[in-house]
Design a protein around this ligand. Structure first.
Ligand SMILES: [Zn+2]
Length: 382
């Protein structure tokens, strides 16, 4: 295989995410990790290009060799070590980032099964791409073929959801059954180092999630266990979107409730100044009530005209509009849209509440939630 391995990305015909291919259990031999899968993919690339000398540049996560017991054959681990030492594999902390940077800079095609949903804000060029990413697939005879993936267009809500989940994974905040460690995520933490503000919720928007080390939440910078500061206060951000443009943002703190409407009263979100008289006539004085309670956000129709709502949907297609049952609380999640009247929409933006993060993960991980074919990476990262 070695003569197919390029020592620089510029000279390679393809970039290949080795961690992903080695762990793609749908091709090649049984077992969680196998280097023979790379051999099968190289054969597929030779078939595809008609070039017996086709070359690939390999990028791997450091965790690939870290999980050496998952390789059935110890000789494969030794061979892989040799490749890393010889510069035939670039070993990095985050192979996704590196592969995408190289792909963007060089325009080289990438062999992977990953859809990179959580990288699409940083790499918007992935959206709608139908040619640059190739996915290995098993043929009925056991050989492998590589097929171009339609990367599709994902909504902002889907992308930020996936970013949150991968942030949890990176910090070691997913438990053995791959559910988030809510007891850690739902609490506020403080570094005992007096001048360290990395976890200070009052400091600004970006607060780090604690990193789990030896079972304890630990400061990223100082490596010391963090002090528990009690339940994490939460706040949700609401956006008012009129005619497709965001015209106002409001923050809703945990435990509070706000009425939204034309003239909702002192504690409410008043829209009269934002609407034309004609549109304002179709919005009630108090139209919906939004509250943040127990780590989730709820919306309730209190209008005389009715309110519609739709979910963020999947794969860039929003859900169907549904009329809200009057006077009933409904969960209002990031990406959901609440329509007071056509053209006047309330959305939630930004981060989820910790409780919603946990829910979102359960929804994704649940075996009862089927995933459309080819929507997800075939391999799960360790
Ligand atoms: Zn610290």
């Amino acid at each position: 295989m070695e003569h197919h391995l390029a020592v620089s990305a510029e000279r390679a015909d393809y970039l290949l995410e080795l961690s992903n291919v080695v762990r793609q259990t749908s091709i090649g031999p049984r077992g969680p990790r196998s280097l023979r899968r790379l051999g099968l993919v190289l054969r597929a690339l030779m078939d595809l290009t008609g070039d017996p000398d086709v070359s690939v540049y390999l990028v791997a996560d450091t965790s690939l060799l870290g999980g050496q017991r998952e390789f059935g054959d110890p000789a494969e681990v030794r061979r892989l070590r040799g490749w890393v030492a010889g510069g035939l594999v670039e070993e990095v902390d985050d192979a996704d980032e590196r592969i995408l940077d190289l792909a963007r800079m060089t325009g080289t095609r990438v062999v992977t099964g990953d859809q990179y949903v959580d990288h699409r804000l940083q790499h918007p060029w992935i959206q709608g791409n139908t040619w640059q990413f190739l996915r290995p697939e098993a043929r009925p005879d056991g050989s492998v073929t590589v097929v171009p993936m339609d990367m599709g267009v994902r909504t902002e809500a889907e992308i930020s959801h996936r970013m949150e989940l991968s942030a949890l994974k990176k910090q070691g905040l997913l438990g053995p059954s791959r559910t988030p460690l809510t007891e850690v995520i739902m609490r506020a933490w403080r570094c005992p180092e007096p001048r360290c503000g990395l976890y200070d919720l009052h400091r600004g928007e970006r607060v780090l999630l604690p990193r789990m080390r030896r079972g304890a939440p630990t400061c990223e910078l100082h490596g010391v266990p963090l002090a528990d500061e009690g339940p994490r206060p939460a706040a949700a951000q609401l956006k008012v979107v009129i005619g497709g443009a965001c015209v106002a943002r409001y923050t809703l703190d945990e435990g509070s409730e706000a009425n939204v409407g034309r003239f909702p009263g002192p504690a409410g979100i008043a829209l009269h100044g934002l609407l034309s008289p004609e549109v304002a006539g179709r919005v009630s004085r108090r139209h919906v009530a939004v509250c943040a309670r127990g780590g989730t956000v709820l919306v309730r129709d209190v209008s005389s005209y009715g309110t519609r709502m739709r979910g963020a949907g999947r794969r860039g297609v929003p859900g169907r509009w549904e009329t809200l049952p009057p006077g009933t609380d409904r969960p209002f999640r990031p990406g959901d849209e609440v329509e007071l009247t056509p053209g006047v929409v309330l959305t939630r933006s930004g981060r989820r509440f910790p409780a919603e993060l946990a829910d979102a993960w359960r929804t994704v991980a649940a075996p009862t939630a089927p995933v459309p074919a080819a929507a997800e990476a075939p391999t799960r990262r360790a």
